[in-house]
Write a protein that binds this ligand. Structure first.
Ligand code: ADP
Ligand code: MG
Length: 699
């Protein structure tokens, strides 16, 4: 028995070079795809399938179809139509089909003489002489030719340096070994028994070689039980890995923030407003975490304008009041500057200086700020993510606040944790995000975090009225801008990312600003964009905040976080080109005070179906969660979570929306793995996760 298990283990870990036809060069290319062992090949899963089990009649072909046909060559000729090309006319008695080759060899041409029988496969399209296939796969049919295939043909994800044909061949070999060598099923049976899914081995056979009678539509939609079995395992691998990360980080030592100086309480009583119930709840959760000697890793989720910053400031005051340091990282310079302003307004009256680390700072100012941080003289530091990556020395960093984490993934969180480590202690992490995502998705994607939700806006806000207006009615919009300013309000006019380069974007915004300034000579119009020096941006934002600028033309640099409550009108140009999350973020810049605000979405016709739907969603609702839900329907989770930041968004078989019904089961199963089969988690992670995301491999 033990002997058999050992043999199986050894077999399972055979290197790919054990396969026929795999030399050092190919092994090298395969390694770049993450394939080192024979079993790794089995987990390169088809993205779709072709049906080559049956020859179609040429007369029954429809453009767009991928089809197998068999026929006899009528004529092959080289023609010159802009480019030299080879045309072969094929007939099966029911019609004609042209095969078109732009690249071909003399030998190929000679092999396609009249009377040759061919079996060809490819995508049928309408050509100048009727239906055609460009660069079909084809083979000559001879007496000895095999009959057509009896399983569907898998299409593997495109892989650099390894062709489909080669991959099919290798995976075919690995599949044949599957029965003898086996592949270990790391998902304990009891966890999947009642889901009535096939075994791992059956599932793998099925997805790589679906039988002829398989439902192609079901497979393409990835709803087949075999795919669901694999999806379950993939989701489980991610989930268990994240929980392992969570568990491990929570055993590190951290400072307990007791706030002996009572600064948090003093800040709270000095605020000109009362916290909302939701803010108070989130703050209580944060405080409970940071009082423990284990690092907090908490996400505070809440719609734009719900007041996350003040919660963070109260946590920072608690760290400072414990004689330790807090740092806030913002995604842009603009935001870092704004946060520094806010934190100064809140903390300096308590006797706490706030250091700003900005990329544009003169070297001397920067150096003295860095020194103050290293000596512990300054307890609150604000800067951009980039600055923190460069490495700052802290005297005793106890709390890291990350603003707008939708650009901030698992790996970055772990690295930050490691970086912030000092004297053997790890900082608490508070991550704020304005990307509200549905609960099941949040629990899955952020399983390594604790989550607080601020689901309430400060009182007295009136919802932003949104209108959708075609470009042709721009004049009316300009009149509206004039009107808003006349009544003492301020306006954002956003020119989004439609140009290739930051330089062109800046130019486009400059033009708009010039046109507006001319149309509205009595108003103070100015412009902010990404190419301005940081000190200039800061000065402009300050001028807008204090009302010296009435109309601020901007690129999407103002997308996140900017807070000027007197601005009550926002115009967004080319709104049809922007995603819902971004539109929602932008719109969140208005409606921040008590006055009624509005948002004008200017678009250029014609609108695509998707663009029309997006604008409609914006018109209908201000609720970030609702918008996220609709966004999810329209685009899928990849876009919503940001593809780069989480491996969850780019899984191989699973899909957080399609397989949402599995998520609760996956969470429960992950818990069981963690409790009872911890060793299986590493094996599952190695099988399913990209290297960098795996627990213990973050460098
Ligand atoms: P976000 O959550 O989008 O980061 P902010 O923290 O920028 O939102 O807060 C938006 C605005 O609401 C700020 O001007 C802030 O001072 C104000 N604010 C925050 N909490 C409250 C509250 N409880 N009552 C009234 N105003 C508040
Ligand atoms: Mg914010």
């Amino acid at each position: 028995m033990a002997e058999a298990a050992r043999k199986r283990g050894a077999n399972e870990q055979r290197p790919v070079t054990a396969l026929r036809g795999v030399g050092a060069a190919l092994a090298d290319r395969l390694r770049r795809l993450g394939v080192e062992q024979v079993q790794d090949l089995l987990f390169i899963l088809p993205v779709d399938y072709d049906d080559r089990t049956e020859c179609r009649r040429i007369g029954a072909l429809i453009p767009g179809m991928r089809a197998l046909v068999e026929g006899e060559v009528q004529l092959t000729e080289v023609v010159f139509r802009r480019r030299r090309q080879l045309l072969t006319r094929l007939s099966d008695g029911s019609g004609f089909l042209t095969l078109r080759f732009f690249h071909f060899s003399a030998a190929q041409q000679e092999g396609l003489t009249r009377g040759t029988r061919l079996r060809v496969f490819g995508e049928v399209r309408r050509g100048p002489q009727g239906l055609e296939i460009v660069h079909p796969e084809y083979q000559r049919v001879t007496e000895r030719s095999e009959t057509v295939q009896d399983t569907l043909t898998p299409l593997y994800p495109l892989t650099e340096g390894v062709t489909q044909g080669r991959l099919r061949m290798l995976i075919g070999q690995a599949l044949r070994e599957l029965d003898t060598a086996g592949v270990h099923d790391w998902v304990p049976r009891e966890l999947v028994e009642d889901l009535h899914l096939p075994s791992l081995r059956e599932a793998l056979h099925y997805v790589h070689r679906p039988p002829k009678q398989a439902q192609l539509a079901q497979l393409s939609a990835r709803r087949h039980p075999a795919q669901r079995r694999l999806a379950f395992e993939e989701l489980l691998a991610h989930q268990a890995n994240l929980r392992l990360i969570k568990r491990a980080t929570r055993t590190d030592p951290a400072w307990a923030l007791e706030d002996a100086e009572g600064l948090a309480a003093r800040l709270l009583s000095s605020l000109p407003f009362q916290l909302t119930g939701a803010q108070a709840r989130a703050l209580a959760e944060v405080e409970a975490d940071v009082r423990a000697e284990r690092p907090m890793v908490r996400l505070v989720q809440g719609d734009v304008g719900c007041g996350k910053t003040v919660v963070a400031a109260l946590a920072a005051a608690r760290a400072a009041g414990s004689g330790l340091q807090a740092a806030l990282m913002a995604p842009t310079e603009l935001l870092a500057e704004q946060h520094a302003r806010n934190f100064r307004a809140w903390l300096q009256p308590l006797g706490l200086p706030v250091a700003l680390l900005s990329g544009a700072q003169p070297a001397r100012a920067r150096r003295s700020a860095l020194e103050a941080v290293a000596s512990g003289e300054v307890r609150m530091v604000v800067g951009t993510h980039a600055l923190f990556q460069e490495g700052i020395e802290f005297a005793h960093l106890a709390l890291v606040i990350v603003d707008e984490q939708h650009r901030f993934g698992v790996q970055q969180r772990l690295r930050l944790q490691e970086k912030g480590r000092a004297c053997g202690r790890f900082p608490h992490q508070l991550i704020m995000t304005a990307t509200p995502i549905p609960r099941t998705l949040a629990m899955t994607a952020y399983a390594d975090l604790d989550v607080s939700v601020i689901d309430e806006l400060p009182p007295g806000r009136t919802p932003v009225q949104t209108v959708v207006v075609p470009e042709q009615r721009r004049d009316e919009v300009v009149a509206r801008v004039a009107q808003a300013c006349r009544s003492g309000r301020q306006v954002y006019w956003v020119c989004p990312l439609i140009e290739e380069s930051e330089e062109l974007r800046a130019q486009a915004a400059e033009e708009t600003a010039a046109v507006l300034a001319e149309a509205l000579p009595e108003l103070r119009v100015d412009l902010v964009h990404g190419r301005l020096a940081s000190a200039k941006k800061e000065a402009l934002m300050h001028a807008f905040q204090t009302g010296h600028i009435q109309v601020l033309v901007a690129t999407t640099v103002i997308e996140v976080g900017v807070d000027v409550p007197n601005a009550t009108l926002m115009v967004i140009e080319n709104a049809e080109r922007m995603g819902l999350a971004q539109l929602h973020q932008l719109r969140g810049r208005v409606g921040r005070g008590a006055a009624a605000s509005s948002c004008v979405l200017l678009y250029r016709a014609p609108l695509s179906v998707l663009a029309r739907r997006r604008l409609e969603v914006m018109r209908q609702t201000n609720d970030g969660f609702e918008i996220a839900r609709r966004d999810l329907e329209l685009r899928g989770p990849g876009e919503l979570l940001g593809t780069r930041q989480t491996g969850l968004a780019q899984m191989r078989v699973a899909d957080l929306i399609r397989d949402a019904d599995l998520l609760a089961r996956v969470q429960a199963a992950a818990e069981v793995l963690l409790e009872r089969y911890p060793d299986n988690i590493a094996a599952l992670s190695a099988r399913w996760l990209a290297g960098g995301e795996q627990y213990g491999r973050v460098g």
